[in-house]
Design a protein around this ligand. Sequence first.
Ligand code: FES
Ligand SMILES: [Fe+2]
Length: 426
Amino acid sequence: MLSPEKNAELTRVGPGTPMGEVLRHYWHPVAAVDELERSPTKAVRLMGEDLVLFRDLQGRYGLLERHCAHRRADLSYGMVESEGVRCSYHGWYFGHDGRCLAAPYEDVVSPDGRFRERIRLRSYKVKALGGLLWAYIGPEPAPELPDWEPFYWKNGFVQIVFSEVPCNWLQAQENSIDPVHFEWTHANWTLRQRNKPGPYAPTHLKLAFEPFEYGFIYKRITEDTDENNPLWTIGRVCLWPNGFFLGDHFEWRVPIDDENMLSVGWFFIRLPKEREPFEQKTIPSWYSPIRDEHGRWITTHIINQDIVAWVGQGRITDRSRENLGASDQGIAMLRRQLFEDIDAVRAGRDPKGVIRDPAANHRIVLPSDHRWFFLDGLPLAEYEKEPKWHRLLYHFLFHAGQPDWVKRQYEEAAGIRLRDQNIIEL
Ligand code: FES
Ligand SMILES: [Fe+2]
Protein backbone atom coordinates (compact mmCIF):
# COMPACT_ATOMS: atom_id res chain seq x y z
CA MET A 1 0.00 0.00 0.00
CA LEU A 2 1.21 3.50 -0.79
CA SER A 3 -0.07 6.90 0.31
CA PRO A 4 -1.69 8.94 -2.47
CA GLU A 5 1.35 11.26 -2.35
CA LYS A 6 3.82 8.40 -2.75
CA ASN A 7 1.70 6.91 -5.51
CA ALA A 8 1.76 10.23 -7.37
CA GLU A 9 5.53 10.40 -6.91
CA LEU A 10 5.99 6.99 -8.57
CA THR A 11 3.55 7.50 -11.42
CA ARG A 12 3.92 11.09 -12.67
CA VAL A 13 6.26 11.26 -15.62
CA GLY A 14 6.25 14.87 -16.85
CA PRO A 15 9.38 17.04 -16.92
CA GLY A 16 10.50 18.02 -13.42
CA THR A 17 8.56 15.28 -11.62
CA PRO A 18 10.68 12.92 -9.47
CA MET A 19 9.91 9.80 -11.49
CA GLY A 20 9.92 11.72 -14.76
CA GLU A 21 13.50 12.73 -14.00
CA VAL A 22 14.46 9.12 -13.19
CA LEU A 23 12.93 7.79 -16.41
CA ARG A 24 14.71 10.48 -18.40
CA HIS A 25 18.00 8.72 -17.58
CA TYR A 26 17.14 5.84 -19.94
CA TRP A 27 16.63 5.30 -23.65
CA HIS A 28 13.06 4.38 -24.61
CA PRO A 29 11.80 2.55 -27.71
CA VAL A 30 9.28 4.81 -29.44
CA ALA A 31 9.02 3.49 -33.00
CA ALA A 32 10.32 0.85 -35.39
CA VAL A 33 12.85 1.25 -38.16
CA ASP A 34 10.40 -0.14 -40.74
CA GLU A 35 7.70 2.36 -39.69
CA LEU A 36 9.89 5.29 -40.70
CA GLU A 37 10.74 3.52 -43.93
CA ARG A 38 7.04 3.36 -44.71
CA SER A 39 6.36 6.95 -43.60
CA PRO A 40 9.26 9.28 -42.77
CA THR A 41 7.66 11.16 -39.86
CA LYS A 42 5.95 9.91 -36.73
CA ALA A 43 4.19 11.83 -33.98
CA VAL A 44 5.64 10.66 -30.69
CA ARG A 45 4.49 11.55 -27.21
CA LEU A 46 6.98 10.52 -24.57
CA MET A 47 6.58 11.28 -20.87
CA GLY A 48 4.18 14.10 -21.61
CA GLU A 49 6.37 15.70 -24.29
CA ASP A 50 5.07 16.00 -27.83
CA LEU A 51 7.79 15.22 -30.35
CA VAL A 52 8.27 14.47 -34.02
CA LEU A 53 10.49 11.62 -35.06
CA PHE A 54 11.74 11.73 -38.65
CA ARG A 55 14.05 10.09 -41.13
CA ASP A 56 15.62 12.60 -43.48
CA LEU A 57 16.35 11.98 -47.15
CA GLN A 58 19.87 10.86 -46.26
CA GLY A 59 18.37 8.19 -43.97
CA ARG A 60 19.39 9.90 -40.71
CA TYR A 61 16.99 9.98 -37.77
CA GLY A 62 15.99 13.10 -35.90
CA LEU A 63 13.78 13.93 -32.95
CA LEU A 64 12.47 17.42 -32.35
CA GLU A 65 9.70 19.01 -30.36
CA ARG A 66 6.51 18.51 -32.34
CA HIS A 67 5.25 22.04 -32.92
CA CYS A 68 6.78 24.40 -35.41
CA ALA A 69 8.60 27.41 -34.00
CA HIS A 70 6.68 29.71 -36.33
CA ARG A 71 3.02 29.30 -35.39
CA ARG A 72 3.02 25.85 -33.87
CA ALA A 73 1.84 23.66 -36.75
CA ASP A 74 2.38 19.92 -36.31
CA LEU A 75 5.72 18.86 -37.78
CA SER A 76 4.65 15.23 -37.94
CA TYR A 77 2.74 16.45 -41.01
CA GLY A 78 5.89 18.10 -42.29
CA MET A 79 8.03 16.99 -45.21
CA VAL A 80 11.47 15.55 -44.82
CA GLU A 81 14.35 16.85 -46.87
CA SER A 82 18.07 16.08 -46.90
CA GLU A 83 18.95 18.02 -43.72
CA GLY A 84 15.81 17.74 -41.63
CA VAL A 85 12.08 18.37 -41.66
CA ARG A 86 10.15 21.22 -43.19
CA CYS A 87 6.82 22.53 -41.88
CA SER A 88 3.98 22.10 -44.35
CA TYR A 89 2.31 25.36 -43.23
CA HIS A 90 4.79 28.07 -44.35
CA GLY A 91 7.85 26.05 -45.15
CA TRP A 92 10.14 26.73 -42.20
CA TYR A 93 12.88 24.14 -42.31
CA PHE A 94 14.50 22.58 -39.21
CA GLY A 95 17.76 20.66 -38.94
CA HIS A 96 18.55 17.78 -36.60
CA ASP A 97 19.83 20.16 -33.95
CA GLY A 98 16.58 22.15 -34.02
CA ARG A 99 18.07 25.15 -35.81
CA CYS A 100 15.90 26.90 -38.36
CA LEU A 101 17.72 26.37 -41.68
CA ALA A 102 15.24 28.32 -43.77
CA ALA A 103 12.12 30.43 -43.34
CA PRO A 104 11.28 31.12 -46.98
CA TYR A 105 9.36 34.37 -46.89
CA GLU A 106 11.46 35.84 -44.06
CA ASP A 107 14.60 34.93 -46.00
CA VAL A 108 13.34 36.94 -48.96
CA VAL A 109 12.58 39.97 -46.82
CA SER A 110 15.75 39.74 -44.66
CA PRO A 111 18.34 37.82 -46.70
CA ASP A 112 20.95 38.11 -43.92
CA GLY A 113 19.14 35.28 -42.06
CA ARG A 114 19.30 37.19 -38.74
CA PHE A 115 15.64 36.55 -38.04
CA ARG A 116 16.23 32.81 -37.99
CA GLU A 117 19.32 32.82 -35.81
CA ARG A 118 17.51 32.97 -32.48
CA ILE A 119 14.98 30.30 -33.44
CA ARG A 120 15.58 26.81 -32.17
CA LEU A 121 13.44 23.79 -31.42
CA ARG A 122 14.39 21.36 -28.67
CA SER A 123 16.20 18.41 -30.23
CA TYR A 124 16.94 14.96 -28.86
CA LYS A 125 18.94 11.85 -29.66
CA VAL A 126 17.64 8.81 -31.56
CA LYS A 127 19.37 5.50 -32.23
CA ALA A 128 18.35 2.37 -34.13
CA LEU A 129 18.90 -1.04 -32.55
CA GLY A 130 17.09 -4.36 -32.88
CA GLY A 131 14.71 -2.89 -35.47
CA LEU A 132 13.57 -0.32 -32.91
CA LEU A 133 14.16 3.41 -32.73
CA TRP A 134 15.19 4.55 -29.27
CA ALA A 135 14.80 8.07 -27.95
CA TYR A 136 16.78 9.79 -25.21
CA ILE A 137 15.26 12.99 -23.85
CA GLY A 138 17.15 13.28 -20.56
CA PRO A 139 20.16 15.17 -19.24
CA GLU A 140 23.48 15.05 -21.06
CA PRO A 141 25.67 13.15 -21.35
CA ALA A 142 23.40 10.39 -22.58
CA PRO A 143 24.20 6.92 -21.21
CA GLU A 144 24.83 3.92 -23.44
CA LEU A 145 21.88 2.43 -25.29
CA PRO A 146 21.77 -1.11 -23.83
CA ASP A 147 23.09 -3.59 -26.38
CA TRP A 148 21.09 -6.69 -25.44
CA GLU A 149 22.45 -9.90 -26.90
CA PRO A 150 19.10 -11.27 -28.15
CA PHE A 151 19.12 -8.49 -30.76
CA TYR A 152 21.89 -10.51 -32.44
CA TRP A 153 20.27 -13.94 -32.36
CA LYS A 154 20.47 -15.54 -35.77
CA ASN A 155 18.15 -17.52 -38.03
CA GLY A 156 15.03 -16.17 -36.43
CA PHE A 157 12.01 -14.15 -37.45
CA VAL A 158 11.51 -11.00 -35.40
CA GLN A 159 8.43 -8.83 -35.27
CA ILE A 160 7.73 -5.69 -33.28
CA VAL A 161 4.25 -5.02 -31.96
CA PHE A 162 2.91 -1.82 -30.44
CA SER A 163 -0.30 -1.15 -28.54
CA GLU A 164 -1.39 2.13 -27.04
CA VAL A 165 -2.78 1.38 -23.62
CA PRO A 166 -4.83 3.90 -21.63
CA CYS A 167 -3.16 3.51 -18.26
CA ASN A 168 -0.05 4.56 -16.39
CA TRP A 169 3.18 2.71 -17.25
CA LEU A 170 3.90 1.51 -13.70
CA GLN A 171 1.00 -0.87 -13.30
CA ALA A 172 2.16 -2.56 -16.50
CA GLN A 173 5.71 -2.74 -15.21
CA GLU A 174 4.51 -4.22 -11.93
CA ASN A 175 3.20 -7.04 -14.11
CA SER A 176 6.86 -7.76 -15.03
CA ILE A 177 7.50 -9.04 -11.52
CA ASP A 178 4.23 -10.84 -10.87
CA PRO A 179 4.70 -14.59 -11.35
CA VAL A 180 1.35 -15.79 -10.03
CA HIS A 181 -0.59 -13.99 -12.75
CA PHE A 182 0.66 -16.52 -15.34
CA GLU A 183 -1.38 -19.21 -13.64
CA TRP A 184 -4.57 -17.13 -13.56
CA THR A 185 -4.50 -14.47 -16.29
CA HIS A 186 -3.07 -16.70 -18.96
CA ALA A 187 -3.58 -20.37 -18.10
CA ASN A 188 -6.82 -20.54 -16.14
CA TRP A 189 -8.65 -17.62 -17.68
CA THR A 190 -7.84 -18.94 -21.16
CA LEU A 191 -9.23 -22.32 -20.16
CA ARG A 192 -12.46 -20.77 -18.92
CA GLN A 193 -12.77 -18.60 -22.03
CA ARG A 194 -12.81 -21.85 -23.94
CA ASN A 195 -15.60 -23.06 -21.68
CA LYS A 196 -13.48 -25.81 -20.27
CA PRO A 197 -14.26 -26.58 -16.64
CA GLY A 198 -10.70 -27.57 -15.74
CA PRO A 199 -8.50 -28.89 -14.48
CA TYR A 200 -6.87 -25.60 -13.63
CA ALA A 201 -3.15 -25.08 -14.14
CA PRO A 202 -0.70 -26.33 -11.51
CA THR A 203 -0.68 -23.85 -8.68
CA HIS A 204 2.37 -21.85 -7.54
CA LEU A 205 4.10 -23.22 -4.47
CA LYS A 206 7.20 -21.08 -4.08
CA LEU A 207 8.51 -17.74 -5.35
CA ALA A 208 11.82 -15.94 -5.14
CA PHE A 209 12.90 -12.46 -6.23
CA GLU A 210 16.50 -11.34 -6.63
CA PRO A 211 18.06 -8.08 -7.73
CA PHE A 212 20.72 -8.13 -10.44
CA GLU A 213 22.60 -5.46 -12.33
CA TYR A 214 19.90 -4.75 -14.91
CA GLY A 215 16.77 -5.31 -12.85
CA PHE A 216 15.27 -8.17 -10.87
CA ILE A 217 14.91 -11.86 -11.52
CA TYR A 218 11.94 -13.78 -10.31
CA LYS A 219 11.75 -17.51 -9.90
CA ARG A 220 8.81 -19.80 -9.36
CA ILE A 221 7.91 -23.37 -8.66
CA THR A 222 4.51 -24.78 -9.48
CA GLU A 223 2.99 -28.11 -8.46
CA ASP A 224 4.34 -29.77 -11.58
CA THR A 225 7.91 -28.40 -11.35
CA ASP A 226 10.76 -28.47 -8.88
CA GLU A 227 13.99 -26.62 -8.17
CA ASN A 228 15.61 -28.11 -11.27
CA ASN A 229 13.18 -26.41 -13.58
CA PRO A 230 14.56 -23.44 -15.56
CA LEU A 231 11.74 -21.29 -14.18
CA TRP A 232 13.54 -21.72 -10.86
CA THR A 233 17.19 -22.11 -11.90
CA ILE A 234 17.12 -19.25 -14.41
CA GLY A 235 13.88 -17.34 -13.90
CA ARG A 236 12.54 -14.32 -15.74
CA VAL A 237 13.84 -10.80 -15.93
CA CYS A 238 12.12 -7.62 -14.82
CA LEU A 239 14.36 -5.34 -16.85
CA TRP A 240 15.09 -1.94 -15.39
CA PRO A 241 13.21 0.35 -15.30
CA ASN A 242 10.32 -0.46 -17.62
CA GLY A 243 11.13 -3.66 -19.49
CA PHE A 244 10.45 -7.36 -19.23
CA PHE A 245 12.53 -10.15 -20.77
CA LEU A 246 10.90 -13.57 -20.85
CA GLY A 247 13.70 -15.51 -22.46
CA ASP A 248 12.26 -15.34 -25.96
CA HIS A 249 10.86 -11.82 -26.16
CA PHE A 250 11.08 -8.36 -24.68
CA GLU A 251 8.30 -6.08 -23.59
CA TRP A 252 8.68 -2.43 -22.68
CA ARG A 253 6.09 -0.21 -21.03
CA VAL A 254 6.90 3.24 -22.38
CA PRO A 255 5.17 6.16 -20.67
CA ILE A 256 3.29 8.34 -23.16
CA ASP A 257 2.08 10.53 -20.31
CA ASP A 258 0.70 9.98 -16.81
CA GLU A 259 -2.37 8.12 -18.02
CA ASN A 260 -1.23 6.39 -21.21
CA MET A 261 1.56 4.06 -22.23
CA LEU A 262 2.93 2.45 -25.33
CA SER A 263 3.33 -1.28 -25.04
CA VAL A 264 6.31 -2.31 -27.17
CA GLY A 265 6.96 -5.99 -27.83
CA TRP A 266 9.97 -7.53 -29.61
CA PHE A 267 9.29 -11.16 -30.50
CA PHE A 268 11.83 -13.67 -31.77
CA ILE A 269 11.09 -17.13 -33.06
CA ARG A 270 13.85 -19.40 -34.25
CA LEU A 271 13.05 -20.85 -37.65
CA PRO A 272 13.29 -24.60 -38.30
CA LYS A 273 16.82 -25.66 -39.19
CA GLU A 274 15.76 -26.48 -42.74
CA ARG A 275 15.27 -22.73 -43.33
CA GLU A 276 18.83 -21.76 -42.41
CA PRO A 277 20.67 -19.65 -43.19
CA PHE A 278 18.00 -17.01 -42.85
CA GLU A 279 18.65 -13.34 -42.75
CA GLN A 280 15.75 -11.00 -42.10
CA LYS A 281 16.02 -7.96 -44.34
CA THR A 282 13.54 -5.80 -42.43
CA ILE A 283 11.91 -6.41 -39.09
CA PRO A 284 8.18 -5.82 -39.55
CA SER A 285 6.27 -3.75 -37.00
CA TRP A 286 2.55 -3.35 -36.50
CA TYR A 287 -0.03 -1.92 -34.12
CA SER A 288 -2.22 -4.38 -32.28
CA PRO A 289 -5.81 -3.41 -31.39
CA ILE A 290 -6.89 -3.71 -27.76
CA ARG A 291 -10.69 -3.32 -28.12
CA ASP A 292 -13.18 -5.47 -30.05
CA GLU A 293 -16.07 -4.20 -32.19
CA HIS A 294 -18.24 -3.78 -29.06
CA GLY A 295 -15.67 -1.61 -27.31
CA ARG A 296 -14.72 -4.41 -24.90
CA TRP A 297 -11.07 -5.24 -24.29
CA ILE A 298 -9.75 -8.08 -26.44
CA THR A 299 -8.94 -11.13 -24.30
CA THR A 300 -7.83 -13.69 -26.85
CA HIS A 301 -4.06 -13.19 -26.81
CA ILE A 302 -1.45 -13.24 -24.10
CA ILE A 303 -0.50 -9.58 -23.94
CA ASN A 304 -4.10 -8.54 -24.55
CA GLN A 305 -4.94 -10.48 -21.39
CA ASP A 306 -2.23 -8.58 -19.53
CA ILE A 307 -3.60 -5.30 -20.87
CA VAL A 308 -7.05 -6.14 -19.49
CA ALA A 309 -5.46 -6.49 -16.06
CA TRP A 310 -3.56 -3.19 -16.37
CA VAL A 311 -6.41 -1.03 -17.63
CA GLY A 312 -8.78 -2.70 -15.18
CA GLN A 313 -6.71 -1.23 -12.35
CA GLY A 314 -7.71 2.27 -13.49
CA ARG A 315 -5.88 5.00 -15.39
CA ILE A 316 -3.51 5.39 -12.44
CA THR A 317 -4.24 2.63 -10.00
CA ASP A 318 -5.02 3.76 -6.46
CA ARG A 319 -2.26 2.07 -4.51
CA SER A 320 -3.65 3.39 -1.22
CA ARG A 321 -6.48 0.86 -1.59
CA GLU A 322 -4.59 -2.33 -2.31
CA ASN A 323 -3.56 -5.15 0.01
CA LEU A 324 -0.19 -6.59 -0.89
CA GLY A 325 0.40 -10.22 0.06
CA ALA A 326 3.25 -12.72 -0.04
CA SER A 327 2.93 -13.00 -3.83
CA ASP A 328 3.73 -9.30 -4.10
CA GLN A 329 7.24 -9.28 -2.63
CA GLY A 330 8.58 -8.43 -6.05
CA ILE A 331 6.21 -5.48 -6.37
CA ALA A 332 7.44 -4.15 -3.03
CA MET A 333 11.09 -4.56 -4.13
CA LEU A 334 10.40 -2.79 -7.39
CA ARG A 335 8.79 0.18 -5.64
CA ARG A 336 11.58 0.39 -3.07
CA GLN A 337 14.11 0.50 -5.88
CA LEU A 338 12.20 3.23 -7.69
CA PHE A 339 12.20 5.36 -4.51
CA GLU A 340 15.94 4.74 -4.21
CA ASP A 341 16.31 5.81 -7.83
CA ILE A 342 14.43 9.03 -7.10
CA ASP A 343 16.84 9.73 -4.23
CA ALA A 344 19.85 8.89 -6.40
CA VAL A 345 18.80 11.27 -9.15
CA ARG A 346 18.10 14.03 -6.60
CA ALA A 347 21.63 13.50 -5.30
CA GLY A 348 23.06 13.74 -8.82
CA ARG A 349 23.76 10.02 -9.22
CA ASP A 350 22.53 7.58 -11.85
CA PRO A 351 19.52 5.38 -11.09
CA LYS A 352 19.74 1.57 -11.30
CA GLY A 353 20.87 -0.11 -14.49
CA VAL A 354 22.18 2.93 -16.36
CA ILE A 355 25.18 1.86 -18.44
CA ARG A 356 27.98 4.40 -18.84
CA ASP A 357 30.92 2.20 -19.82
CA PRO A 358 30.94 1.49 -23.57
CA ALA A 359 33.19 -1.53 -22.97
CA ALA A 360 30.55 -3.07 -20.70
CA ASN A 361 27.86 -2.52 -23.29
CA HIS A 362 28.57 -5.21 -25.82
CA ARG A 363 25.92 -7.85 -26.53
CA ILE A 364 24.86 -8.16 -22.92
CA VAL A 365 23.53 -11.65 -22.23
CA LEU A 366 20.36 -11.78 -20.16
CA PRO A 367 19.16 -14.87 -18.31
CA SER A 368 17.03 -16.99 -20.64
CA ASP A 369 15.76 -20.51 -20.22
CA HIS A 370 15.36 -20.68 -24.00
CA ARG A 371 18.86 -19.67 -24.97
CA TRP A 372 19.97 -23.17 -25.95
CA PHE A 373 17.02 -23.40 -28.26
CA PHE A 374 17.62 -20.07 -29.92
CA LEU A 375 21.33 -20.66 -30.34
CA ASP A 376 21.11 -24.26 -31.57
CA GLY A 377 17.76 -24.43 -33.35
CA LEU A 378 15.82 -27.55 -34.24
CA PRO A 379 14.78 -29.30 -37.42
CA LEU A 380 11.05 -29.11 -38.09
CA ALA A 381 10.41 -32.71 -37.04
CA GLU A 382 12.03 -32.06 -33.66
CA TYR A 383 10.27 -28.73 -33.32
CA GLU A 384 6.96 -30.53 -33.60
CA LYS A 385 7.82 -32.61 -30.54
CA GLU A 386 8.38 -29.57 -28.31
CA PRO A 387 4.94 -28.63 -27.02
CA LYS A 388 5.71 -24.98 -26.29
CA TRP A 389 7.77 -24.20 -29.40
CA HIS A 390 5.44 -26.14 -31.60
CA ARG A 391 2.59 -23.86 -30.50
CA LEU A 392 4.64 -20.73 -30.98
CA LEU A 393 5.83 -21.81 -34.41
CA TYR A 394 2.29 -22.24 -35.70
CA HIS A 395 0.47 -19.46 -33.82
CA PHE A 396 1.32 -15.87 -33.01
CA LEU A 397 -0.15 -15.93 -29.54
CA PHE A 398 1.04 -12.68 -28.08
CA HIS A 399 -1.11 -9.99 -29.70
CA ALA A 400 -4.42 -9.86 -31.53
CA GLY A 401 -4.68 -8.60 -35.07
CA GLN A 402 -1.47 -9.70 -36.78
CA PRO A 403 -1.78 -8.22 -40.29
CA ASP A 404 -1.83 -10.48 -43.33
CA TRP A 405 1.36 -8.97 -44.75
CA VAL A 406 3.26 -9.93 -41.58
CA LYS A 407 1.74 -13.42 -41.64
CA ARG A 408 2.86 -13.87 -45.22
CA GLN A 409 6.40 -12.76 -44.45
CA TYR A 410 6.55 -15.14 -41.53
CA GLU A 411 5.12 -18.11 -43.42
CA GLU A 412 7.56 -17.56 -46.22
CA ALA A 413 10.48 -17.39 -43.78
CA ALA A 414 9.38 -20.39 -41.69
CA GLY A 415 8.17 -22.55 -44.58
CA ILE A 416 4.92 -23.38 -42.75
CA ARG A 417 1.30 -22.17 -42.71
CA LEU A 418 0.09 -20.35 -39.60
CA ARG A 419 -2.91 -21.89 -37.86
CA ASP A 420 -5.79 -20.47 -35.83
CA GLN A 421 -4.66 -17.19 -34.28
CA ASN A 422 -7.05 -17.24 -31.35
CA ILE A 423 -6.27 -18.36 -27.87
CA ILE A 424 -5.00 -21.81 -27.31
CA GLU A 425 -4.15 -23.41 -24.06
CA LEU A 426 -0.75 -22.60 -22.71
S1 FES B 1 3.65 27.20 -38.63
FE1 FES B 1 5.33 26.15 -39.42
S2 FES B 1 6.04 27.42 -41.00
FE2 FES B 1 4.35 28.47 -40.19
FE1 LIG C 1 1.21 -11.78 -18.53
